[in-house]
Design a protein around this ligand. Structure first.
Ligand SMILES: Nc1ncnc2c1ncn2[C@@H]1O[C@H](COP(=O)(O)OP(=O)(O)OP(=O)(O)O)[C@@H](O)[C@H]1O
Ligand SMILES: [Mg+2]
Length: 322
């Protein structure tokens, strides 16, 4: 087993504003295939680093719930942090049909060697693996899961051992480095806006076992930084226009009170990055920006939404919108 080590936040995340003595936990670098790979263009937000590393270091018996709008950097925030701490991650995405057994494991016919007769063997699922080996269990879109199934996790979230009845009552004690992190667009109390298909209201007792952090869309300066890294050859004024357009679209989506917007689509950081990359790919086409925006967002919007978004873009880009 790899050694548990202390990491200086300043060094691990190249954050010069953080004092050297602020540390978090992780593993010594290794070739474990479950350690997420690093995206060298990733732009870290200080607040997210602070909250997530504090949890990873001292969870105090909690699990972590990361909530925020689509494409804001929840999943990638966790995997990019884990990558720098060499912390292996078991990652799955929940859905309405997910069962606790999918997380725990199942029996399968396995040949010990190629060509040999297969034998029945119990294969650990992501939960059992993470618990046994001290990894992070990352469940995305947790609020799509059936609350009754999710309640089956309650014992484990409280730090109790996992009993695998299907495997002769095997007992897995939680490794001290076992962590549970989940992400979701809602906060587990349903989706009052009706924008996220399939979101279920979660059980209040299950939700009581999480600490919550919010990841909204990054500030303009951070998004400029992201675009500067993924599309460095795009004109700076174009990049500025894109970030501004994205924020105008978000305002229209959110509306006055946050959930009564005029349009039902928004521009996530994911879509913004796609728009910038496509604009480079189709450089030279007539009205490249519009052409790229169509593929990035407009084609999946309604006619009215599309018109509203085009109006915003024209206003923001002025002369450049050709
Ligand atoms: N800080 C960042 N630096 C670089 N790229 C980013 C950053 N934040 C988000 N992105 C881009 O946005 C994409 C989406 O991020 P991510 O998958 O983390 O979103 P999410 O919040 O989990 O969304 P969803 O709710 O849809 O699952 C990433 O693949 C990346 O391209
Ligand atoms: Mg995600």
């Amino acid at each position: 087993m790899t050694e548990i080590v202390k990491y200086s936040i300043r060094k691990a995340f190249e954050m010069n504003s953080v004092p050297e003595k602020v540390t978090t936990l992780g593993y010594a670098p290794s070739s474990d295939p479950f350690i997420p790979s690093k995206d060298k263009n990733y732009v870290f937000r200080k607040e997210l680093i602070r909250e997530v590393t504090a949890f990873l270091k001292s969870p105090f018996g909690d699990a972590l719930y990361v909530t925020g709008p689509t494409g804001s950097g929840k999943t990638s925030g966790i995997t990019e942090i884990a990558a720098r701490l060499s912390w292996p991650v078991q990652q799955i995405t929940a859905n309405g049909r997910m069962e606790l057994a999918d997380l725990v494991g199942h029996h399968a016919l396995i040949s010990p060697k190629p060509g040999e007769a297969p034998i029945m063997k119990f294969m650990y699922g992501p939960l059992a693996t993470a618990m046994k080996y001290g990894q992070i269990l990352l469940i995305n879109e947790i609020d799509l899961a059936d609350p009754a199934e999710l309640s089956g996790l309650n014992d484990v979230l409280e730090g109790r051992p996992l009993v695998i009845s299907q495997n002769g009552g095997e007992i897995i004690k939680p490794h001290p480095m076992f962590r549970v992190v989940v992400t979701g667009n809602s906060t587990g109390s349903g989706d009052p806006t009706g924008r996220y298909q399939g979101v279920m209201m979660q059980n209040i007792a299950a939700m009581d076992r999480y600490r919550f952090i919010k990841v909204g869309y990054a500030e303009a300066a951070t998004e400029m930084d992201i675009l500067g890294r993924v599309a460095p050859t795009l004109n700076e004024s174009i990049r500025e226009g894109m970030v501004k357009t994205a924020n105008e679209i978000r305002r229209l989506f959110m509306g006055e009170s946050g959930d009564d917007g005029e349009i039902g689509v928004t521009m996530s950081t994911r879509t913004l990055v796609r728009w910038a990359k496509l604009s480079l790919q189709f450089r030279g086409a007539p009205n490249t920006l519009k052409y790229a925006l169509e593929q990035a967002l407009l084609t999946r919007s309604s006619k009215e939404e599309s018109e509203a978004i085009l109006r915003i873009s024209k206003d923001v880009f002025g002369e450049q919108w050709r």
